[in-house]
Design a protein. Structure first.
Length: 355
C-alpha cells in the first residue's frame, strides 16, 4: 500500500486542474476557430440574386415575389424540356419593355408580349416593364378613359403573367427641363438591373412569334456580359456590337438592345449596351422589322423561316404602320384579346395621354 503525502496529493490535484482547464481552453479555441471559418466561408460565398427593386408599381397592384418565383420556375422547366442548346449561356437574365408615354395601344402590345412569354415557355427568368413613376401619381380623374383602362389592365396582367413593374422617378430629368424619353427613362432606371447578368430590351409595339428563337438571342452565342480583360467575348464579340446609351442626344432606343450593369459607384451607373450584329447568319434575323417577315404567299407559314420577334414602326401620329406589315392583323387580334373594351382604331386611344 502506497501512502501519498499531502504534497503529492496537491501536485496531482493541481495537475488535474491544469489539464482540465487546458483542455477546456483548447476546446473553446477550436469552437471559435470553426465559427470564424464558417463566417469567412459565408462572407466569400457569392450571394444569391436579390429580389428586383420593383415592389408595387402602379399603385394598387401588390405583386407578390413568391408568386412570380413559382411561375418563373415552372416556365423555365417547361422550356428546358422543349429547347436545348450546347452553346447555351447560363446566368440570370430578363426581358424588358418600356414606355415613357402611356399610349394605351403600346401598353396593350407589351401585355400581349408578356402573355406570349408566360404561356409559351421561356428560359429567361424575369419579365420587366419600366415606366415613369409619375404614372402612379396622377389622379385617375386626370387620365383619359383609354389610359386609365390600359393601366388597370396592366396591373392585372402583372399578376397573371409575372411582370415586374418598375416605376422610375424621372424628376431628376424633368426638374432640369428635359422631356421624358425612352432613353432617359432607361438611363435613370438602369440601376434596377444590378442583379442580372444581362437584360434584353425589345421594342414595343411588336409581336412575339417564336419564344425559342427570341431566347436564342441570349443563349445561342456567348454574351458580352461584364467587361473582363481575360474573356475576349466581353470586349470583342462577334454577335454583339457595342452601342453606348446616348440619352442626351437620342430620344428612341434601338429596337433591340442588350444591357449589362457593371457597377454603381458614387451614384454613377456603369452600364454597357450592345446591339445585335445583323450580319451574323442565323442570329441577326432573330429579331427584325416587318419588312423581313415572309407573307403566306412566300411560304411565310413555315415557322422555320420566320423571326422570333418582330418590332413595328409607327407614323408621326403614333399609329402602327399597317402597310407592308403582314403581321398587323394578327397583332391587332392579340391586342383586342388582352385589352377588351379598348377600340384601337379610335384616335382618342392615342390622343390625350401626355402626362
Amino acid at each position: 500500500m502506497v501512502l501519498l503525502t499531502s504534497s503529492t496529493v496537491s501536485v496531482i490535484i493541481s495537475t488535474g486542474v491544469i489539464c482540465t482547464f487546458t483542455f477546456l481552453l483548447f476546446l473553446s479555441g477550436y469552437v471559435l476557430q470553426q465559427q470564424s471559418v464558417r463566417s469567412i466561408q459565408h462572407a466569400i460565398r457569392p450571394p444569391p440574386p436579390p429580389d428586383p427593386v420593383a415592389g408595387h408599381g402602379l399603385v394598387g397592384s401588390p405583386y407578390q415575389g413568391d408568386e412570380q418565383e413559382l411561375l418563373s420556375d415552372r416556365v423555365v422547366d417547361k422550356h428546358k424540356r422543349e429547347v436545348s442548346s450546347p452553346q447555351a449561356t447560363t446566368g440570370n437574365f430578363a426581358y424588358l419593355q418600356l414606355l415613357s408615354t402611356p399610349d394605351p395601344s403600346n401598353i396593350c402590345s407589351a401585355i400581349l408580349f408578356f402573355k406570349h412569354l408566360a404561356t409559351n415557355g421561356t428560359a429567361v427568368q424575369d419579365r420587366l416593364f419600366m415606366y415613369p413613376r409619375e404614372w402612379d401619381l396622377m389622379p385617375t380623374k386626370e387620365l383619359t378613359e383609354p389610359v386609365s383602362t390600359a393601366l388597370s389592365l396592366l396591373r392585372t396582367a402583372s399578376l397573371e403573367y409575372g411582370i415586374w413593374l418598375l416605376p422610375i422617378d424621372m424628376t431628376l430629368a424633368t426638374s432640369e427641363g428635359y422631356t421624358l424619353t425612352d432613353t432617359k427613362l432607361l438611363r435613370l432606371g438602369q440601376i434596377q438591373f444590378m442583379q442580372y447578368d444581362s437584360v434584353l430590351y425589345v421594342q414595343t409595339p411588336g409581336l412575339l412569334l417564336d419564344t425559342g428563337k427570341l431566347d436564342a438571342m441570349l443563349f445561342s452565342r456567348p454574351l458580352p456580359l461584364r467587361h473582363d480583360k481575360n474573356r475576349l467575348e466581353s470586349f470583342n464579340n462577334e454577335a454583339w456590337v457595342p452601342m453606348p446609351l446616348r440619352a442626351d442626344r437620342d430620344a428612341a432606343l434601338p429596337p433591340v438592345y442588350l444591357i449589362t450593369v457593371n457597377s454603381v459607384e458614387n451614384g454613377h451607373i456603369e452600364a454597357r449596351g450592345h446591339i445585335p450584329n445583323t450580319a451574323v447568319p442565323g442570329f441577326g434575323s432573330l429579331v427584325t422589322g416587318p419588312e423581313d417577315v415572309l407573307s403566306p404567299k412566300e411560304d411565310g407559314l413555315n415557322p422555320d423561316k420566320q423571326p422570333g420577334y418582330v418590332y413595328f414602326q409607327q407614323d408621326d401620329d403614333g399609329h402602327v404602320q399597317w402597310a407592308h406589315n403582314p403581321l398587323f392583323g394578327s397583332w391587332r387580334v392579340g391586342q383586342n384579346a388582352v385589352c377588351e373594351g379598348l377600340n384601337f382604331d379610335d384616335d382618342a386611344v392615342h390622343d390625350g395621354y401626355d402626362l
